[in-house]
Structures are given as structure tokens and as C-alpha cells.
Design a protein around this ligand. Structure first.
Ligand code: 5AD
Ligand code: SF4
Length: 440
């Protein structure tokens, strides 16, 4: 009665939360199974960031429920648990109405998961979507799935920023920092298991603070102690990005030359409505100061198309900003109204066809800019950490450069292995990939 199957949707943080869940379940004697057909409990770690994420997950849950329970009766029914952001966003309502889901647990409730699953297996229906004030997963040794070359460590969970469109503060609660020494220990453990690249994760890593340790100090300590490991971080809010951080990046060769700095829109009016707390001028000055100190830095962003009230001029301002900043790549989304957010009360007045048109224009422009930026890498020799074999070409390996570009190269004859760092001479560039040959 104790086989658990877990499926994860959404961001890197959710993937890491699943490792916390696995660790908690294993400690209490549950087995983690890799096929849902063998499970007594199916747990889905969910994402609420946009409506289509929620819809996909609902469909998946319906499918899992019908297949897993097709030959079962009430006594040997497989229980289904909705974990994470959707449990908070929809749990209270669905707890009353859903016949398929037995258990709803939010991102701060995983310590109780073993007993909640046991109660559900005994026939109960459970809901635990409360938030904790402080980080309480510090002492849990996060489960490490396999010998991962690229790994992540969560340093801060939740968000205090309340951007008008974003459901994260509602579904993940306020910022909670992981204890500094626990972070160092988790990094050590992961490195011992073979990781060669570690990303420090948070909705807003720059808000990290424990006593006098702020994010630049934490990053410096992690980089100093692990000089043979690449260190990166995700995500930064432009309003909190400091030059102290840029200086730390400059001092350590093993800190990746890569910054994800979501801008969301190129229009001051929209930014103000979004409660982003910066203007386009301050954003551009920040980019200029970063590039002055770190000339080869790669900067990526997030952009939302069709925010309520976005005019054609606002949209054009976003395109203009993209042409000016020339991001290396971008995650681009159509605005999706989320219940409980401040923008939900605004009229979602850019219709879907127009939203899609604006998004496509943004994607097409970014694709051109990415291709052109990548073109400037052609002819260079760059250092690549090998991630695995290419899915496209049997004779190619793929990895990442220090500035987070995907690099593919032929490995015929070379003894390079996953986890090695090799030099690659870049011969061709597309908007997504650099292609070259190994030189050592
Ligand atoms: N609609 C569309 N995109 C959103 N994001 C966050 N909330 C929404 C929403 N309601 C995007 C933002 C954020 C990224 C993680 O997801 O661009 O930076
Ligand atoms: Fe959402 Fe804004 Fe917090 Fe990012 S910073 S998680 S966009 S509220």
C-alpha cells in the first residue's frame, strides 16, 4: 500500500520541490515508482502560472484517474493528490466538488504528506494549503535523482513583489529564505554526487537575506568553495539587481556569465500598472552598467504580450526595447488572467487573436536578434560543459557555454564524456544553438 508515483509540471523550483517530497516520502517508508500503473497514490506537483498550464494538468489528472482506476473498486482505489500551486489556487473549491482528487497540499505542506497520504489511503479526503512563515525544509536532505551534471538548489521560496498579473505570491506565499549553512551543505552534497553546474533558485534570488548575508555574499561563498563547479542563479528582479552582484560575478570565473532579467514590457505605463517598480530608463541603465563590467554577458528576459489595456503603442514600445537591448533569448507569453491577482479585475481587453498576433511579432523579432547575437560567437573557441548526446544527431554531443548557450559538436573519435568541460570552435550559429567542433 505504499507505492507512490509523482509527476511534476512547471518551473525549476517545482522540480526541486518534488525532490523535497521524494526525500520526505522515502524517509517514511514509501517507495517511489516510475510507472503510475504500479502506484497506490499518484501525486501531481502542479503549476498555476497561466491558464493553459492548469488546463493541461487537469486533462492529465483526468487521464491518470480513469486509467489507474479503471479496474479498481472503492476498496483498492488509487488515490490522486494535487500538490503545489494549483492546490492553493483551486483546492478549496475542488475539495468540495472533485470526485477524482482525494488530496490537496500546497507548497508549504509537504512535511505532513506521508500521514496525509496514509489517511487518504484509508478513505479520507484531505486539504492542507496553509503557508509557513519561515522556511522549514532546511533540514531535509533534498533527494538527488541520478548523477546529475546540471543541478539546482532552492535558496528562497515565495514572493513579496505582487506584480499585478502574477499568481505566485498567492500560491507560494511570502519569501522564505533557506538557512545559509543548509544551502552550503546541500551544494556540497550535490557536488559530491557529481554535479558540475549548480543554479541557485528563487522567484527573486536578489531578495535573499539571512542576518548580514545577502545574495551577492551567498553567491560569492558558494562560488569560492566550489571553484570547479559552474554557478548560476535564477531569477532576478530588475529593481533589486545590484552592482555588488556584478562585482562578485566579475571576480569568479566559475560564475556563469549569464543573467535572466525579466522586463515584461517596454512601456512605462504598462510597467507601472504591472507594479514592476522600475522604468524603461532605469532598466536600460542597469543593462548598460552590467555590460560595461561584463562585456560577454548573456542577458535573457521574459515578456508578456497583451496585458490588459496594452495599446499598439505599448506593444511597439516592447518591440523597440527588444531591438535596443538585444536580449540573447526570451521567454514570451500571452497574458493570461489569473483569479485572485490585481490584474484579474482589469478588463482582459486585448482579444486572443490580437494577443497571438502581438506574441508572434515578439517571437519573430527575438528569433532574429538571437540568431544575430549567436552569429557573433562564430569563429570563437568557447568552453563547453557536456550535458549529453544530441537528440537530433547521433554523432553529436550537446552542452552549454559559460554564458548559457546550447552548443552541439561532433564527438567522433574524442573521448569526451558527460560532465567534462571541452573547448569547441564555433562554426555555425542558429537562433537556438551554436554548432562546432572540439579543439582539445
Ligand atoms: N500571464 C502571462 N505570463 C505570466 N507570467 C507570470 N504571470 C503571467 C500571466 N498571468 C510570466 C512572467 C514571469 C514568468 C515566470 O511568467 O513573464 O516572469
Ligand atoms: Fe510573479 Fe513578480 Fe514575484 Fe516574479 S517577481 S514571481 S512575476 S510577483
Amino acid at each position: 500500500m505504499n507505492n507512490v508515483y509523482i509527476e511534476t509540471f512547471g518551473c525549476e523550483m517545482n522540480k526541486n520541490d518534488t525532490n523535497i517530497i521524494k526525500s520526505i516520502m522515502l524517509k517514511e517508508g514509501f517507495n517511489i515508482v516510475s510507472q503510475f500503473e504500479n502506484a497506490n497514490a499518484i501525486l501531481i506537483n502542479t503549476c498555476s502560472i497561466r491558464e493553459n498550464a492548469e488546463k493541461n494538468i487537469q486533462n492529465r489528472i483526468n487521464y491518470l484517474y480513469s486509467v489507474a482506476n479503471s479496474s479498481k473498486n472503492d476498496n483498492n482505489k488509487v488515490i490522486i493528490g494535487m500538490l503545489g500551486c494549483m492546490a492553493v489556487q483551486l483546492g478549496e473549491k475542488m475539495f468540495k466538488s472533485s470526485k477524482k482528487i482525494d488530496l490537496f497540499v500546497g507548497p508549504d505542506g509537504y512535511s505532513n504528506l506521508p500521514s496525509l497520504v496514509n489517511e487518504c489511503l484509508a478513505g479520507a479526503k484531505k486539504l492542507d494549503i496553509d503557508f509557513k512563515k519561515k522556511e522549514h525544509y532546511d533540514k531535509i536532505e533534498t533527494y538527488i535523482d541520478k548523477k546529475e551534471i546540471y543541478a539546482a538548489v532552492t535558496i528562497i521560496r515565495g514572493c513579496n513583489n505582487f506584480c499585478s498579473y502574477c499568481v505566485v505570491p498567492n500560491v507560494r506565499g511570502r519569501e522564505k529564505c533557506k538557512d545559509f549553512n543548509s544551502i552550503l551543505k546541500e551544494v556540497d552534497d550535490i557536488v559530491k554526487k557529481g554535479a558540475k553546474s549548480i543554479t541557485l533558485l528563487g522567484q527573486n534570488v536578489n531578495s535573499y537575506q539571512q542576518d548580514d548575508i545577502n545574495f551577492p555574499k551567498l553567491l560569492e561563498e558558494v562560488a569560492k568553495r566550489n571553484q570547479n563547479v559552474r554557478i548560476s542563479f535564477l531569477t532576478s528582479h530588475p529593481k533589486d539587481f545590484s552592482l555588488e552582484l556584478v562585482n562578485v560575478m566579475k571576480m569568479y570565473n566559475n560564475i556563469c556569465n549569464y543573467i535572466h532579467l525579466p522586463v515584461q514590457s517596454g512601456s512605462d505605463r504598462v510597467l507601472q500598472d504591472m507594479n514592476r517598480k522600475y522604468t524603461i530608463n532605469t532598466y536600460i541603465s542597469l543593462i548598460n552598467s552590467i555590460r560595461a563590467e561584463l562585456p560577454d554577458v548573456s542577458i535573457t528576459t521574459d515578456i508578456i504580450a497583451g496585458y490588459p489595456g496594452e495599446t499598439l503603442e505599448d506593444h511597439q514600445a516592447t518591440l523597440d526595447l527588444m531591438s535596443l537591448v538585444r536580449f540573447d533569448s526570451a521567454f514570451m507569453f500571452m497574458y493570461s488572467a489569473r483569479q485572485g491577482t490585481p490584474a484579474f479585475n482589469r478588463r482582459d481587453d486585448v482579444n486572443n487573436v490580437e494577443k497571438k498576433r502581438r506574441l508572434n511579432e515578439i517571437i519573430a523579432l527575438q528569433s532574429k536578434i538571437s540568431a544575430k547575437n549567436n552569429q557573433s560567437e562564430v569563429g570563437k573557441i568557447i568552453s563547453v560543459l557536456i550535458e549529453g548526446k544530441s537528440k537530433k544527431y547521433a554523432n553529436q554531443l550537446v552542452g552549454r557555454s559559460l554564458n548559457n548557450k546550447v552548443v552541439a559538436f561532433e564527438y567522433g573519435g574524442s573521448s569526451a564524456r558527460v560532465g567534462d568541460v571541452v573547448n569547441v570552435f564555433v562554426e555555425i550559429a542558429t537562433s537556438k544553438t551554436l554548432i562546432g567542433r572540439q579543439t582539445n
